[in-house]
Design a protein around this ligand. Structure first.
Ligand code: XMP
Length: 535
């Protein structure tokens, strides 16, 4: 077992995924975990990154026993700084914070092959992803430099006898293209872990036998839990996760699964009608659509703060969902059936790991909207058929369940919808503008055959007015910002490099067709330091 100590980085759960992909079992625990209280002896320890600085007074501190246990330790970003702090080195704030791509020059030590093991198989420069505001200013005693970048002279260090390794970059994100090999070197070569552990979802197979057997087993499991006459309720959004979960439920228990689609007034253009007709008419899911758009929009009146918008939408969603669930429950009992006992949720594996992580120091970047609060109020028991799966596996599941590619490969859409893509007040007029522009944008991306290449694209409506000229008239209208990113895990992302002819077409269509817009700009910021959503 590899022990991952989580200091609250946005990427901690990706470390877990990378280690498990090698067939090595690992557990992620909060960084405050005492080593003496562990119920297992790890073969190696990985210290994650963190939003903190090691010199902060309230910085999370690792149990010093980590360094005396006699097992290899790999520190990533903050983890490296924590190793340094504990071994007499120094860490300072960088004069230039470093986010994004960097080239790491590997430094080999022919006479000390042990320290070379982390970069086994590498020669010369490696492309790495940096995200840090601090860096080492003094090497701790008895450490050797095994890599440097132009701005970080101690970007990778190692201690030969103690088998301590520290790297400033993030090998766990896909933007470090060979990061997986580095983690592999640590767990396989340095920690000598066996690679025989398998979680069901890593078994890939031609024709997808794993997914097929997963479906059979999951349907059986749901039937056993729910019993012959149990009733289940669940929200659907039109996204791949909730649709796949709902389809599994339908296969397992038919109409005893009650799906609810809440129209919050800030969904995409025609979204509610499309989802309704697909789930209801095509998948034959027992679906209720609740049009609560007036309620949502009236509560959003005058609100511009993104976190407030998220809270209002989240709370209103719970309220509307509960009311409808209660109504369904009443009707079900009236017709002589059982009360609703279970709530379906499309929780994925990354959410499961995240919920065990060290929440204390983790910086809340954005409160993501979920329906977790429902449980306490409704006393429903949870069913989460996707809780072992990652997004790509849910897509494979969707494929085997014969869902159309359009749905399976749909870009993710945030729960608070267009409300967080309208950067000012959310009014029906602003929703109409944002929707129309977004619709044209996505339509043109699809026409150009680029939709699948892009992980997420949307149009944001800026709360500024710009001067323009249309015909012979001066205009004073709003600005649309187009965003498109490439990413696989949504934790790091690069802006998508569109052919200019396509941007030209999109811009001219939006300006010509969407009333109230006279300017279109394209967002060329990577994540980090920007996020995918503007808000
Ligand atoms: P950021 O903007 O944090 O987004 O880089 C990462 C991913 O999360 C989505 N996102 C949300 N999803 N509720 C959601 O359900 C939210 O409040 C929310 N905010 C961001 C975002 O669209 C991207 O896929």
């Amino acid at each position: 077992t590899i022990l991952i100590l989580d200091f609250g980085s946005q990427y901690s759960h990706l470390i877990t995924r990378r280690v498990r992909e090698f067939g090595v079992y690992c557990e992620m625990l909060p960084c405050t975990q005492r080593i003496k209280e562990l119920h297992f002896r790890p073969k190696g320890i990985i210290l994650s990154g963190s939003p903190y600085s090691v010199y902060d007074e309230d910085a999370p501190r690792v149990d010093p026993d980590v360094f005396t246990l006699g097992v290899p330790v790999l520190g990533i970003c903050y983890g490296l700084q924590e190793i340094t702090w504990n071994h007499g080195g120094s860490v300072v704030a960088c004069s230039h914070r470093e986010y994004g791509h960097a080239m790491l020059s590997v430094i080999k030590h022919a006479d000390h092959p042990v320290v070379d093991r982390l970069f086994d198989g590498f020669d010369g420069d490696i492309e790495v992803w940096m995200s840090h505001g601090d860096q080492l200013s003094k090497l701790p005693t008895n450490f050797r430099i095994i890599g440097r970048t132009q701005t970080a002279p101690y970007a990778a260090i190692a201690h030969e006898e103690k088998l301590l390794f520290g790297i400033q970059f993030h090998p766990e994100v896909t933007h470090t293209p060979r990061g997986k090999e580095i983690i592999g070197n640590f767990v396989k070569t340095i920690c000598e872990c066996k690679t025989d552990w398998t979680m069901a979802c890593y078994k890939l197979g031609v024709g997808d036998p794993f997914i097929e057997s997963f479906i059979d087993k999951e349907i059986e499991r749901i039937r056993q839990i729910v019993g012959k006459d149990g009733e289940v309720v669940g929200a659907v959004s039109g996204g791949v996760d909730s649709t796949v979960a709902a389809k599994l439920m339908k296969e397992a228990i038919g109409d005893r699964f009650h799906a609810i689609l809440v129209d919050n007034g800030v969904m995409r253009l025609n979204e509610c009608t499309t989802v309704n007709s697909y789930l209801h008419s095509h998948l034959k899911i027992n679906l209720r659509v609740v049009d609560a758009s007036d309620k949502f929009l009236s509560r959003l009146k005058g609100v511009t703060d993104p976190e407030k918008k998220r809270k209002i939408i989240g709370n209103t969603f719970i309220e509307v969902f509960e009311e409808e669930a209660a109504r369904i429950d009443k009707e079900t009992r009236k017709s002589g059936r059982k009360s609703i006992e279970y709530l379906l949720q499309g929780t994925l594996y990354p959410d499961v790991i995240e919920s065990v992580s060290f929440k204390g120091p983790s910086a809340v970047i954005k409160t993501h909207h979920n329906v977790g609060g429902l449980l306490q109020d409704m006393k429903l028991k949870l069913i989460e058929p996707l809780r072992e799966l990652f997004k790509d596996e849910v897509r494979r599941l969707g494929k085997v369940l014969s869902l159309p590619d359009d749905l399976i490969y749909r870009h993710p859409f945030p729960g608070p919808g267009i409300a967080i893509r309208i950067l000012g007040e959310v009014t029906p007029e602003q929703v109409a503008i944002a929707r129309a522009a977004d619709h044209i944008y996505i339509e043109e991306i699809k026409k150009a055959g680029l939709y699948r290449e892009i992980a997420q694209a949307y149009a944001a409506l800026l709360p500024v007015k710009a001067v323009g000229v249309m015909g012979d008239k001066r205009t004073y209208e709003q600005v649309i910002a187009l965003r498109a990113v490439e990413t696989t895990d949504f934790m790091t992302a690069d802006w998508y490099d569109f052919p200019h002819t396509i941007l030209k077409k999109i811009s001219s269509r939006i300006i010509n067709e969407v009333k109230g817009v006279n300017r279109v700009v394209y967002d060329i910021s990577s994540k980090p330091p920007a996020t995918i959503e503007w808000y």
